[in-house]
Write a new protein. Structure first.
Length: 372
């Protein structure tokens, strides 16, 4: 914790001593947050609980790799102290209030739990799997969406922008300590109306986002998004009434958009993605409950991200995804399993995928994924 943060905490705690804390309201239904992945959940209105979790890939924290940062390095739009919320201390929690999007709100943060009340009613919240994780959830209200985020102390701003570079801001976040004993920060971003854009933050990560959540996605809507150590990707609904995978950022510059993804039909998983000149961004679609493990015998990191469904429409609402990258010239071994660890790719449950420039070569020990 730097001197600025310590001074802010002392200042705010001194102010809190003159305020009578209000009784704690009942916590909203909590959900486990996963790091840096988005999956859209249909819903609307301030009475509905809308959960959207962001997941970071297991191979490491994307934002900490300088090679992954866009050219502008996401310079903070304003000093950290200028975006600080005025809050009070209520036991082990910190509580801030405000008025945005035509609603009065109260944000309560304690340890790794965030809870939002809008116009006096529970509106949404989440619990992250462990303290110090990074996670966000949107809460839809009349007139817009509140984006709640838990971030570590090294994050000095959270912004939603209309462009990947973050230079066309839609809204900037405000923060407070995430509970009195935590070094983390709780952020709230008020997103007006409806739109699509990119969540950016200090450190360089970019994540596609749409708001509000829709039961039936419209063309251009982001229905799912996430990032691995190599790419940031989004699943977007199209005018062809199908989802595609879009690589919105790549550490080697191989961005692009796939053809329509294949929903799982009860047989073998299908493969699709964006096959670049330096690496392939691969997405396997299969049962919604599948998990995946990817191994590169060459020793290159090949972390994979799985979980969530493609889109809340038809067969895609029961179609899960596994996303990973393969450097051109490398062959990886993919194992897809059900929640009990049983293989779902035929008898051996193993497939091999080789990345070529602009294409893939697929093989398997048993029945393997079919081209999308």
């Amino acid at each position: 914790m730097n001197a600025l943060e310590r001074d802010l905490q002392v200042l705010f705690r001194d102010k809190a001593g003159s305020i009578n804390p209000a009784p704690a309201g009942p916590l909203a239904v909590l959900r486990r947050g996963r790091r840096r992945q988005i999956t859209t959940v249909a819903g609307g209105g301030i009475a509905a609980l809308v959960i959207l979790s962001f997941v970071a890939v297991a191979v490491g924290t994307f934002r900490n790799h300088p090679a992954n940062m866009p050219a502008n390095n996401f310079t903070s739009p304003k000093p950290l102290e200028a975006s600080a919320l005025t809050y009070r201390v209520d036991g082990a929690a910190t509580v801030a209030t405000g008025s945005d999007l035509g609603h009065d709100w109260e944000l309560r943060a304690q340890a790794n739990t965030l809870d939002l009340r809008v116009d006096g009613s529970d509106a949404g919240g989440f619990t992250v799997a462990g303290s110090g994780e990074h996670a966000c959830t949107p809460v839809d209200v009349t007139g817009g969406t509140f984006l709640l985020c838990e971030e570590t102390a090294d994050v000095s701003f959270v912004r939603v922008a209309a462009d990947v570079s973050g230079e066309q801001p839609v809204a900037d976040g405000r923060w407070m300590p995430e509970g009195v004993s935590s070094d983390g920060r709780a952020w709230i971003v008020a997103l007006p109306g409806e739109g699509t854009g990119f969540q950016t933050a200090s450190g360089g990560y970019v994540l596609a986002i749409s708001w509000p959540s829709r039961a039936v996605p419209q063309p251009g809507d982001v229905t799912s998004a996430g990032m691995t150590d190599a790419i940031s990707w989004a699943i977007r609904w199209t005018e062809q009434a199908c989802p595609v995978m879009q690589v919105v950022f790549s550490r080697v510059g191989d961005t692009g958009t796939s053809s329509c993804l294949t929903p799982w039909d009860g047989s073998d998983p299908a493969v699709g993605g964006v096959y670049g000149q330096h690496e392939a961004a691969v997405i396997l679609t299969g049962p919604e409950t599948m998990t995946c493990d990817v191994h590169d015998p060459s020793g290159s990191p090949s972390g994979a991200l799985s979980g969530g469904t493609i889109a809340p429409v038809g067969r895609w609402s029961h179609t899960g995804q596994c996303v990973f990258t393969i450097p051109v010239g490398h062959t990886v071994t993919v194992r897809l399993t059900d929640p009990h660890g049983n293989p779902i790719l035929g008898q051996l449950g193993v497939a091999t995928i080789t990345a070529n420039r602009g294409s893939l070569t697929i093989g398997s020990g048993g029945s393997g994924p079919r081209p999308g």
